[in-house]
Ligand binder design. Structure first.
Ligand SMILES: [Zn+2]
Length: 212
């Protein structure tokens, strides 16, 4: 079985859902870089720095984040392995801190599907229920299927923002996946289709480990 697992994939690939599934199936801690930064203890030496960057909507400097991640991956609860999400977005990430993973799960998704999933997303103003206008059978729903609340699109889900995120993924992250490919560590899984089926096939890859 693989024990040091890195999840990679473009926005909308369902990476975090897969992470949640794997952490409960494998009993390995799910380390999300974003969450680790948000949940930094109040007395942490970099707490204020990280917070001020997050408040301004930007990322803390890579060297600081790398240090925090390295520290996190040395905790006793990850001694048996981990599922890492949110690192290796750039080659710079890995240059600052290489988590020495033994498998990279790359959930791939065609660009038009990424755009459909994200720009079609609508959130209910009342209860936060989310739906996708491209997945409903007939016309676009005008109100929430649960409470009839008004559906809104988040600013982050608009086409220009999504297109920009895809461009960054292609420019910055694909080269990292290429590097891991050269090392023979990548298992590519299509993110198309039913999330449970995808998560199950990833679970099988991980359980087979180097024997598979
Ligand atoms: Zn609602």
């Amino acid at each position: 079985m693989f024990k040091r697992i890195l999840l990679m994939g473009p926005p909308g690939s369902g990476k975090s859902t897969v992470g949640e599934y794997l952490t409960s199936a494998l009993h390995l801690p799910l380390i999300s870089v974003g969450k680790t930064l948000r949940n930094l203890p109040a007395d942490h030496v970099h707490k204020l720095t990280v917070e001020s960057f997050m408040d301004s909507g930007s990322l803390a400097p890579t060297n600081i984040v790398a240090g925090i991640l390295q520290e996190r991956l040395q905790q006793p609860d990850v001694a048996n392995g981990f599922i890492l999400d949110g690192w290796g977005r750039t080659r710079e990430n890995i240059a600052f801190y290489d988590p020495k993973v033994d498998v990279v799960i790359y959930i791939s998704l065609p660009e038009e599907e990424i755009i459909k999933r994200i720009t079609g997303r609508r959130i209910c103003e009342e209860n936060g229920h989310s739906c996708n206008i491209f997945e409903t059978s007939s016309e676009a729903p005008l109100s929430c299927s649960q409470c009839e609340g008004k559906l809104i699109q988040r600013d982050d889900d608009t086409l220009p923002v999504v297109q920009h995120r895809i461009d960054i993924f292609n420019k910055e992250t694909l080269p990292v996946i290429g590097d891991y490919l050269m090392l023979g560590l990548v298992h590519e899984v299509s993110g198309l289709g039913d999330p449970t089926t995808i998560a199950l096939s990833i679970l099988n890859i991980i359980k087979k480990g180097n024997n598979g």
